[in-house]
Design a protein around this ligand. Structure first.
Ligand code: CMC
Length: 385
């Protein structure tokens, strides 16, 4: 209670710790990010998505043998059951791909042979299956959206190579697959963000992992969270010409509209993931299409302007979603796929947090301070005006 006798309300749970966790540290003041103690800069430079998944799930970097065994499990889990392909076929061209993804992932429980087994070992197996399957599901959704059909996964490819193969139907360019792998690494985990929290809320009722993850996908969809990468690219497309950037941003801010890809609840400085993506975007300019070059120019002008206007003064800096769009465009990935790809990367974070939370589970049940009327007398329907 505050001095006035009213409860302290933390809108959006701002500043509230919900649990202890040893998975991820976000230092919002210094602009640093660590998965299991390793800095994102080192992981981005040296690691792969498969290795990062192992690290996040098991809490340590794998040996070569452990990684090979883990890879095999991921590869074995890649093929999609016929009913999941049917779900994708039915919905891919009728709704947003995030909605199709939510339905397909939710349906995976039908293939779980023992839903009553809620042991840690069973949930670890489910997590590995989900990490693998989300890649195949998202790629297949993209394929059906473009009139293609399901392609059997290629077991000799890495997770992201296979993703591009199942999406495009041809062996991917090595550099594209490496760039996509980096994007998967950067999106793999980020502490108690809205989608991870949503996963935990659903799972804290002791609902199963599929239900929890489906809740995470639902929360990721919105433009304030995972949907911001698509929204940021839409904005760059609306700006169109780099020379329009300043006017567009000024008009948007004057109209109290948010600039997508900027701002963060925790980072009050440059998001370290945005720094990495920006460096990669600048590094790949030479052989890029005019489209990517134009998008990059717009992004850089918007970045300079936003930092000048809202950076130091308001703590609003570029986040991971701002430079992601031009990178995906350079790989040939369409805008609608950005957020599903975010989900396919973040699945490891959702599963790891859920398993960690279940070790010391307590149902989430916060309070609301009631401000509505009291003591009203019931009026029979005939007497109501
Ligand atoms: N452009 C312009 N103004 C902004 C922005 C922005 N992108 N972000 C925050 N503000 C302003 C906001 O209008 C508010 O101003 P005032 O106090 O005058 O009303 C103030 O800053 C605080 O904003 P808030 O929305 O209350 O802050 P929050 O901590 O609740 O929200 C956020 C954080 C990320 C939702 C928000 O910064 C935002 O909406 N950003 C745009 C969407 C975006 O890029 N989301 C991706 C986040 S990173 C990846 C992920 O986790 O998915």
């Amino acid at each position: 209670m505050t001095e006035t006798g009213l409860p302290q309300i933390s809108q959006g749970l701002d500043g509230i710790y919900i649990a202890e966790s040893s998975i991820c540290k976000v230092d919002g003041i210094a602009g640093r990010l660590y998965y299991r103690g390793y800095s994102i800069d080192q992981l981005a430079k040296n690691s792969t998505y498969e290795e990062v998944c192992y690290l996040i799930l098991y809490g340590k970097l794998p040996t070569a043998i452990e990684l090979a065994e883990f890879n095999k499990k991921l590869v074995d889990a890649r093929p999609l059951p016929p009913m999941i392909i049917d779900v994708i076929n039915e919905f891919a061209n009728k709704q947003d791909p995030m909605d199709t993804l939510r339905s397909a992932v939710s349906s995976l429980s039908a293939y779980d042979t023992d839903m009553n087994d809620s042991s840690e070992a069973a949930n670890l197996d489910r997590s590995i299956n989900l990490i693998s399957k989300l890649g195949s599901i998202v790629a297949t959704i993209g394929r059906y959206m473009n009139g293609g059909k399901y392609i059997e996964p290629n077991p000799s490819m890495t997770h992201t190579e296979n993703f591009l193969y199942m999406l495009n139907g041809k062996a991917p360019d090595k550099k594209d697959a490496e760039l996509l792998d980096l994007m998967f690494v950067l999106h793999a985990e980020h502490s108690s963000n809205a989608s991870t929290f949503s996963t935990l809320v659903a799972g804290s009722t002791l609902a199963d992992l599929y239900s929890a993850v489906t809740s995470g996908i639902a929360a990721l969809k919105g433009p304030l969270h995972g949907g911001a990468d698509e929204a940021a690219l839409k904005m760059m497309r609306a700006i169109g010409n780099p020379d329009n950037t300043e006017k567009y941003i000024n008009d948007a801010l004057a109209g109290k509209r948010k600039i997508m890809g900027f701002g963060h609840r925790v980072y009050k400085t440059y998001d370290p993931r945005a720094t990495i993506i920006k460096e990669d975007l600048l590094a790949l300019q030479e052989n890029q299409s005019e489209d990517v070059k134009t998008l990059t120019k717009i992004a850089l002008r918007a970045e300079t302007m936003m930092i000048e206007k809202l950076g130091k003064s308001h703590g609003i800096w570029p986040n991971i979603d701002f430079f992601a769009g031009p990178i995906y465009v350079s790989i040939g990935i369409q805008m609608e796929m950005f957020t599903p790809i975010f989900a396919a990367s973040r699945i490891v974070g959702w599963c790891s947090h859920m398993m960690e939370y279940w070790k010391n589970n307590r149902i989430f049940r916060p309070l609301e301070y009631y401000v509505g009327p009291s003591g009203l007398d019931y009026v029979p329907i005939k007497e109501r005006k």
